[in-house]
Ligand binder design. Structure first.
Ligand SMILES: [Zn+2]
Ligand SMILES: [Zn+2]
Length: 191
């Protein structure tokens, strides 16, 4: 279960992942024996994983199926996986609350090995019996790449702390800064 993780991965995230994987997450076993025994052989793989029922921080952000597009190939008896995973992430902007969808793309480059000799390495995926659980791989890659911040725009102005108006739609007219009460007293005197 832990073969795809390296020691640097946040432990809390790993814990979440283990819980999710017990009864959620996908399972899609791909038999790679043909690739392992045939030097020069390439196997293109297209796969979609529905993660729309996966909850993250109280929301269900993966509204469309996650797409996997890749190739497993045997080059000089080294079996490697090159793939791209794309998904749409829908969530409310952290500053203004507007719902926005962003597309994310992850490049996955791994070496596949039926057993590991020597040091464990985050680049290596262990595939016992030459079988890869692609569903689990995609699930893990997506979960570990979910954005921590979500903004409708880098320059989102957010909401006015006083009146709650979305400042991207224009100024609300509230005073920009709290006036120092001593200055306010002075201003009152000068009226
Ligand atoms: Zn915003
Ligand atoms: Zn305001």
């Amino acid at each position: 279960m832990n073969f795809m993780f390296n020691k640097n991965l946040d432990k809390s995230l790993l814990a979440i992942y283990n819980i999710l994987c017990d009864d959620r997450g996908g399972s899609m076993i791909i038999d790679l024996k043909k690739v392992f025994v045939n030097e020069g052989f390439s196997l293109p793989i297209e796969y979609e994983l529905d993660m729309s029922k996966e909850e993250f921080s109280g929301v269900f952000p993966l509204i469309t199926p996650v797409k996997f597009n890749g190739t497993v190939s045997n080059k000089a008896s080294l079996v490697g996986l090159n793939a791209q995973i794309t998904y749409d992430y829908s969530a409310d902007c952290d500053r203004c609350g507007k719902q926005v969808v962003h597309s994310h793309s992850i490049v996955v480059e791994k070496d596949l090995a039926p057993s590991i000799e020597g040091e464990e390495n985050e680049r290596i995926i262990l595939v016992p019996d030459m079988k890869l659980d692609l569903g689990q791989l995609v699930f893990t890659e997506v979960v570990t790449s979910l954005p921590m911040k979500h903004l409708c725009d880098e320059n989102c102005k957010g909401l006015c702390p006083k009146c709650g108006k979305n400042l991207n739609e224009g100024d609300c007219g509230c005073p920009k800064k709290e006036i120092d009460p001593r200055l306010q007293a002075l201003a009152d005197l000068l009226k």
